[in-house]
Design a protein around this ligand. Sequence first.
Ligand code: ZN
Length: 256
Amino acid sequence: MTQKNTDNHIQFLLHQKTIWKNNMLNPIQWGRYENLRPAQIEAIRARTPIAYLPWGALEWHSYHAPIGLDGIKANGLCEALAKEIGGVVLPPVFVGTDTIKPYKGFHHTIEHRVETVTQLCLEFLTQLADEGFKVIVLVTGHYGGGQVTAIADAANKFARENPQIGLWAFPDSEPLEGFFPKNHAARGETSFQLLFKPELVDLTLLPAERETTLDDDGVWGEDPRHASAAEGEKMLKFFLENAVPKINKLLQEYTR
Ligand SMILES: [Zn+2]
């Protein structure tokens, strides 16, 4: 070996050592898809080939909470999953059907057709498979009946055509079932909002001197004034305890 070759070899070994050390120090790698460069996506995908797709809607969530609550919530949950397991988190898709607008007439809501959600969902799933992800985790924060069906239809079609991909598409209420009730803009959703983006909540905008109702305020469930970030934290912990083992199992199954 010439001196130059030896130097190069030592450089190479040092470089390998740095990578190894970084991996040991930071065994879980995740990132936000829209912020990553190609090589970064490849590095994360090589280690943990999971893509998380948060799904939401632009929908009235009463006077105190933002229109994008469902997508913000799903995004927060997907980030928490990615921090535990690794993988990439896609930006939330704010395209919902069966919202509170056709149901109760609340505006500031963008209602899409069921077919639009199914078609868009199928395109995202197909593209993520084409991008080399082996497991796809879709969390829908909006879970009107039509939305859940629209996504289930896309998921079933995708699963039939892509048996090599592990897919789990579910409403965020599923891992919480039996412990935290489904709701809309009420205590539960507002607690998640207070956990993930508290600056977007203003509880003083709710009508004083009476409890909130579905017809008057578009709140389904317990009064949002009982919400707290601490409750959001409790729900998140419960969500992770139920969801993480399922995703790890999918990862094992579909990468062996
Ligand atoms: Zn919601």
